[in-house]
Design a protein around this ligand. Structure first.
Ligand code: UT7
Length: 331
């Protein structure tokens, strides 16, 4: 009997309509289009503006897109995982609300949080359930409403982040396609450099902490940048080496979209030409948990069955890693 592997069999995505351009940011903080473009590669990002709509709104839209495209009966879904660093609210799982709203009434559901590595780690979790034979249809969603914790007076962060969601379906595969290998890492010494300090259990928000504005996301960009460049390139190179893969074997690099210079550095380390590097940071900025599935969403029509893909991510915590996956279908 052939081993069961876990393959992605469908993709969906959603970004809000409102476009926040570099030009518009010039009127909000001291910055300019040229600086943002050359330092990050970002030209615009999408923002969910409507009051009372949170991350679940984005997640539901991406899931509905997938369900409709695939012709999937949501009642067949066993598990819904929402990967997010910006849940709708504390305590109540965003995934539970999402699953109910999309009609996944037979699924259980939970949130998974590892900052910008959430979706990558979620791929590992979903695959392990499938490989074990325990579940057959897992909807893995990456969704973040980053605008909910951005200080639009802080030019170090407001130029980078955007809102969006992507979703994939994981199912068993008997042709050996899907997830092949993973190299996942974390190091808590990094948490001082990228965090929203107040609003968690260590420092709950009260009148005083609110005034300090430390419920917004903060990052020491230079330190995060250096660690991201080194670590994302390192794990990508190592996972290729231990699977005897050369640059010619790889069809695509699907890397977390935080800064074009970080993605380029990773591609350079593994000698991959630009045409094989998925890129949409120019349109969406950094959407945290949504960057990887939104890349698959944008490039789905170019993917071919059997394509060997390297995924890579780096984020707060620090958390990072790489996954090697074989694509399972032609669209
Ligand atoms: O997804 C999770 C992981 N996150 C990341 O991977 C983000 C990693 N970090 C970065 O992408 C980059 O560090 C940033 C894009 C955040 C910043 O780029 P940088 O090249 O590291 O710039 P810097 O912070 O070293 O600042 C260089 C200069 C400074 O001026 P001086 O001191 O040289 O005069 C900054 O004050 O650029 C200035 N600066 C800006 N100027 C215009 C910083 N932010 C801006 C801005 N517009 N938005």
């Amino acid at each position: 009997m052939s081993k069961i592997t876990a393959a992605i069999t469908a993709v969906g995505g959603y970004v809000p309509d409102f476009v926040l351009t570099n030009k518009a940011l010039e009127t909000m903080v001291e910055t300019n289009d040229e600086w943002i473009t050359t330092r990050t590669g970002i030209k615009e990002r999408r923002i969910l503006k409507e009051d009372g709509k949170g991350t679940s709104f984005l997640a539901i839209k991406a899931a509905e897109d997938l369900i409709q495209k695939k012709g999937l009966d949501p009642k067949e879904i066993d598990l819904v995982i929402v990967c997010t660093a910006t849940p709708d609210m504390k305590a109540a799982a965003t995934a539970a609300y999402t699953a109910t709203q999309i009609g996944a009434v037979n699924a259980f559901s939970y949130d998974l949080e590892a900052a910008c590595s959430s979706f990558l780690f979620g791929m590992s979790t979903a695959s392990a359930y499938i490989e074990s034979g325990r579940y057959k249809k897992i909807l893995l969603i990456g969704a973040d409403k980053n605008s909910s914790f951005i200080n639009y007076k802080d030019r170090a962060t407001c130029i980078i982040f955007g809102d969006g969601a992507g979703a994939v379906l994981f199912e068993p595969n008997e042709e050996g396609l899907g997830l092949q290998d993973e190299l996942l890492k974390s190091n808590g010494e990094g948490r001082d450099f990228l965090q929203a300090t107040y609003g968690g259990s260590s420092y709950p928000i009260n009148e005083n902490t609110y005034k300090e504005g430390k419920h917004y996301i903060f990052q020491d960009g230079k330190t995060v940048f250096k660690n991201a460049v080194f670590n994302m390139a390192d794990v990508s190179e190592r996972i290729m080496q231990r699977n005897q893969l050369t640059n010619d074997d790889i069809a695509w690099l699907v890397a977390h979209q935080a800064n074009k210079r970080i993605i380029d550095a990773t591609a350079n380390r593994i000698n991959l030409e630009d045409e094989k590097v998925m890129m949409n940071i120019q349109r969406y900025g950094n959407t945290t948990s949504a960057t990887l599935p939104l890349l698959l969403y944008d490039y789905e029509s170019q993917l071919k069955k059997g394509d060997k893909i390297i995924f890579a991510a780096f984020g707060g915590g620090f958390t990072w890693g790489s996954i090697y996956l074989k694509w399972a279908y032609n669209s």
